[in-house]
Ligand binder design. Structure first.
Ligand code: SF4
Ligand code: SF4
Length: 180
């Protein structure tokens, strides 16, 4: 039979000699490899007591951004949803009413905005697609859960605290979430 690659090795069928039959050299060879690893630097860490430094390109939990006056940046244009390869984002747009100018920066806003974290692959394309600097992926690790419905994140989970009405929470979130 013609081989497709040259990677296979033919099995040796020759009878074992005495040294091979007592297995001692093979055991010693294995133990040497094991002991040599005792002096190498450990590749593992004692998580959660120890944590690794994140890569500068780490992408974590999404944040819906506000401007410096506390108004929501998102204008519900839907570009993030269109760019999302996992179809994880859904939203409902609404029109800003008179007197709501302090809540929403644009005339249109997202009345409902949801990200299905079970689908999300943290690619960051939603952030790249957004023309309003309204969404970005922070350095906060997305928490795990046993309940599927807890992993559908709505506006209450994603919106950053209001810098005008909740300055302390905003500052804290800013520190944790690396606001741009
Ligand atoms: S990070 Fe990627 S997969 Fe996740 S919501 Fe944004 S575009 Fe979709
Ligand atoms: S997050 Fe950005 S891209 Fe997505 S709907 Fe809002 S403004 Fe548009």
């Amino acid at each position: 039979m013609q081989l497709l690659t040259q990677r296979s090795k033919p099995v040796s069928r020759k009878p074992m000699n005495l040294l091979e039959k007592i297995y001692l050299p093979a055991i010693l060879k294995g133990m040497t490899i094991t002991f040599s690893h005792m002096f190498h630097k450990k590749p593992t860490i004692r998580y959660p007591e120890e944590t690794r430094e994140f890569s500068p390109v780490f992408r974590g939990l999404h944040v819906l951004n506000r401007d410096e006056e506390g108004r929501e940046n998102c204008t519900a244009c839907g570009l993030c949803a269109v760019a999302c390869p996992a179809e994880a984002i859904t939203m409902e747009a609404a029109e800003r009413k008179e007197g709501e100018e302090h809540l929403y920066r644009e005339e249109k806003y997202a009345a409902r905005y949801e990200i299905n974290m079970l689908r999300c692959i943290f690619c960051g394309l939603c952030e790249d697609a957004c023309p309003k600097d309204a969404i970005y992926l922070s350095e906060t690790v997305a928490p795990a859960s046993f309940a599927r419905k807890e992993l559908i994140y709505g506006k209450k989970d994603l919106l950053i605290p209001n810098p005008v009405t909740e300055p302390e929470a905003y500052a804290q979130a800013k520190g944790q979430k690396q606001i741009k």
